[in-house]
Design a protein around this ligand. Structure first.
Ligand SMILES: Cc1ncc(C[n+]2csc(CCOP(=O)(O)OP(=O)(O)O)c2C)c(N)n1
Length: 312
């Protein structure tokens, strides 16, 4: 199946309408694209977080595929178990087609609490895709900071005021941590670039062995923007190079999958969100963030160039 809108729209609507995600939330788009690109059968395991809470309010479920609840810390371990069980059943002739196993967690469940089980599953080489829907905070429980929250952002546990300037530390680079596992395929994507995301999903779903995609997805209450600006906000993260779109094969071959033709200053992304409002008047702090973005971009482009890829 071609990965264009015409073909994708022929697949049944994935996540059922009537889920309770906030207006202006990005992750339903990831799930719809996942279910449109996934081969059948597929089994989804889902860590605790907003996605689970809004899509599985008992006795309803918005999922048209087999779906398992997981605690924060064991989504990847459960995925390993499902994958190993399916492999064993197939070897005994009791399963005609092995399902593709997909684990999904928020950044709190992935960058922080579930990292050990994700790392373990990757190291053991299980055949599954892990998707981190990254809204840069523990949003379900009231907008607390996570290790994916960018430096300077206001959250309820890093409030901006006389004591704290927002979150003090820069965000953890989980995509690089996963690439360091030398998994067959690791990628960074954004809901704003759906074609790029669809290609990465297809690639990860058809690669055997562990694969990982980190997808940036804005959170309306957490980032504080008008709901109809969801896609635009996500696009600004990419156009300012705050969130580069790239992929890594076997931990070694880097490729930027989108290069902003005329990159915007990081301020263009910051000023559209309430969570950064307090630091816009502070030129030095904006410059500090810009330096971090530039440094990150330089590091990625040098790796892509070393892999023989076009970087501008
Ligand atoms: C071990 C553990 N600690 C804390 C919680 C409470 N809890 C439930 S959801 C959540 C936040 C989830 O954040 P994230 O994974 O980023 O997903 P989001 O809600 O942002 O979609 C927390 C802290 C829990 N369920 N289990």
């Amino acid at each position: 199946m071609a990965l264009n809108l015409r073909e994708l729209s022929k697949r049944a609507e994935g996540l059922a309408p009537g889920h309770r995600a906030c207006a202006g939330c990005g992750f339903p788009m990831i799930i719809r694209l996942l279910l449109a690109t996934a081969p059948e059968p597929v089994v989804v395991v889902n860590a605790t977080g907003c996605l689970e809470v809004v899509s599985t309010i008992y006795p309803y479920s918005a999922w048209p595929v087999p779906w398992l609840h997981n605690a924060f810390e064991n989504a990847a371990a459960t995925a390993s178990g499902v994958e190993a069980a399916a492999r064993a059943l197939q070897a005994r002739g009791r399963l005609a087609r092995r399902p593709k196993v997909v684990a999904i967690g928020g950044d709190g469940g992935t960058y922080d609490i579930g990292l050990q089980s994700l790392s373990g599953a990757a190291e053991r080489g299980h055949d599954f895709l892990y998707i981190c829907y990254n809204n840069e905070g523990y949003m379900n429980t009231g907008i607390q900071r996570s290790s994916a929250t960018p430096q300077g952002a206001r959250t309820t546990t890093s409030p901006a005021g006389a004591v704290l300037p927002g979150k003090v530390q820069p965000r953890k680079d989980l995509t690089e941590i996963m690439a360091a596992h030398r998994m067959p395929y690791v990628a960074q994507a954004s809901i704003s670039h759906w074609g790029d995301l669809a290609k990465k999903l297809r690639r990860a779903l058809t690669t055997s062995g562990p694969t990982f995609i980190n997808v940036l997805t804005p959170c309306q209450p957490g980032w504080d923007y008008p709901p109809d600006q969801l896609v635009e906000i996500a696009r600004l993260a990419v156009e300012t190079r705050y969130w580069p779109l790239y992929e890594v094969e076997d931990g070694a071959r880097y490729r930027l999958t989108y290069i902003p033709r005329e990159p915007l200053p990081v301020r263009a992304w910051l000023e559209r969100q309430g969570r950064f409002k307090h630091l816009l008047a502070d030129e030095a702090r904006v410059a500090e963030l810009q330096a971090w973005v530039d440094d990150n971009w330089a590091r990625l482009t040098s790796r892509a160039a070393a892999s023989g890829e076009r970087v501008s």
